[in-house]
Design a protein around this ligand. Sequence first.
Ligand code: ACO
Length: 323
Amino acid sequence: MLRSAIIGVGGFLPETVQTNEDLAKFVDTSDAWIQERTGIRKRHRARDDQPVSDLALEASKRALAAAGRTADQLDLIVVATTTPDMTFPSTASILQRKLGAPVLTAFDVQAVCSGFVYAMSVADGFVARGLSQCALVVGAEAMTRLMDYTDRGTCVLFGDGAGAVVVEPVEGQGTTADRGLLGFSLRSDGTKQDLLYVDGGPSTTGTVGKLRMVGNHVFKHAVVNISEAVVSAAKVAGVEVSEVDWFIPHQANQRILKGVADRLGIDEAKVISTVADHANTSAASIPLAMDVAVRDGRIKPGDLLLMEAMGGGLTWGACVVRY
Ligand code: ACO
């Protein structure tokens, strides 16, 4: 059977860094509060003339280089983003042009912070059916564009960045020893929309809008819901959570990361955490964290990876991948 294997990963963070102290100069907050409640120390911020497709482009080039592939070999691009360059065309189509990739299948996936997990499952629908021989899956966000800097409960939490993986079909035996995506679970509960949303859109206000969140309610949902999705994805994959080598959660808040890991009995040493340096980069956070851990040598070929996320929708999900 065909499996969808990640053969290269890349990440990109815009050059401008904003520390908690920088924010405290114009927001009623403090480094101590942000670190204690979230674990965040700093975040990267895209320049006004740096659209999300530019962040995606750099991450994609790095993923292609790591995979030993070139843009002309791609036949599918899926971009998970909630901060596209434009209402249309899709950021995936813009990225295709900037990469100089040939005519291929390209589209965006919108599941907010869960976008990368959703996009991996979508790509798997092409790759594992033999419909794509070389796919690029990207999570790219400029979340700082959606911040209301008079709302200290949200504006300190988010950052910008992009992460990308190259995914190709590999022959597997249908066992948990196979390389590639072994299982996933995806969830959405639209009745929880008011807990986390952006108060604008093309067919409502005609504006982009600002992010609104009832943080403590989202927090409570996160730990319980994510744990259920993780257990479900592990069951589909046929593995025990205890077998996982590396846990790569969506990087929203260090307390959520710890809460989920504790609930699932995952050792803290197996948790990849970049939230201190990246903050919450929404759909980009998982591939960015994976990129860090692949490049520093923690994640090695053959390792079993568990990824999970939760975001606006509310949406959430998890996937199990053997790297
Ligand atoms: N600086 C200082 N004080 C602050 C700040 C700040 N930046 N923000 C809030 N406070 C204050 C509040 O005003 C409140 O003060 P009060 O008690 O005088 O009213 C107090 O801190 C406590 O506020 P809470 O919101 O209850 O704080 P909490 O401990 O819940 O932490 C946080 C807030 C960090 C937002 C947390 O709830 C959280 O991380 N939630 C989940 C976020 C998340 O995971 N989102 C999902 C992904 S995002 C996406 O999908 C787009």
